[in-house]
Design a protein around this ligand. Structure first.
Ligand code: FES
Length: 140
């Protein structure tokens, strides 16, 4: 039976190839390694790096670290959730955006901050953040 560390490595490889962890692949891992499927799912859901559903074309990361929180990060997240109609960890039905939160994006001086596909947007208000989203929508 595979060790937890080995299992994580296997799951990382699948995710890097597929972009997420398809159920059929996890079944196969269980068969090949002898690790019960329930344990594989327990690992896959414990670590936030793993995704059980396909990600959207654009990855929106909203910082919920202290500096961003103090400068209105919560309002920002609330507006983005409302605008996209999803919760953190979810993807819009059109698969355009995946929303996630992160503990700190390392640019606290720009608080509140979000990134889209790794590009930084700082000193945001809820309205500015919606305009940024619109830019991505309009480029599709
Ligand atoms: S707390 Fe948000 S970038 Fe550091």
């Amino acid at each position: 039976m595979a060790e937890r560390g080995q299992l994580i490595t296997i799951l990382q490889k699948i995710q890097s190839k597929e972009g997420y962890l398809p159920a059929a692949k996890l079944d196969r891992v269980s068969t090949d390694t002898g690790v019960p499927l329930s344990e594989i799912y327990s690992v896959a859901t414990f670590y936030s790096q793993f995704r059980l559903k396909p990600a959207g074309r654009h990855q929106v990361m909203v910082c919920n670290g202290t500096a961003c929180h103090v400068k209105g990060g919560n309002e920002l997240l609330k507006k983005l959730k409302q605008e996209l109609g999803i919760e953190p960890g979810e993807t819009t039905p059109d698969r355009l955006f995946t929303l996630d939160t992160v503990a700190c994006l390392g640019s606290c001086f720009l608080a509140p901050v979000m990134t889209i596909d790794g590009e930084y947007y700082g000193k945001l208000t809820a309205d500015k953040a919606v305009k940024v989203l619109d830019k991505y929508k309009n480029n599709e």
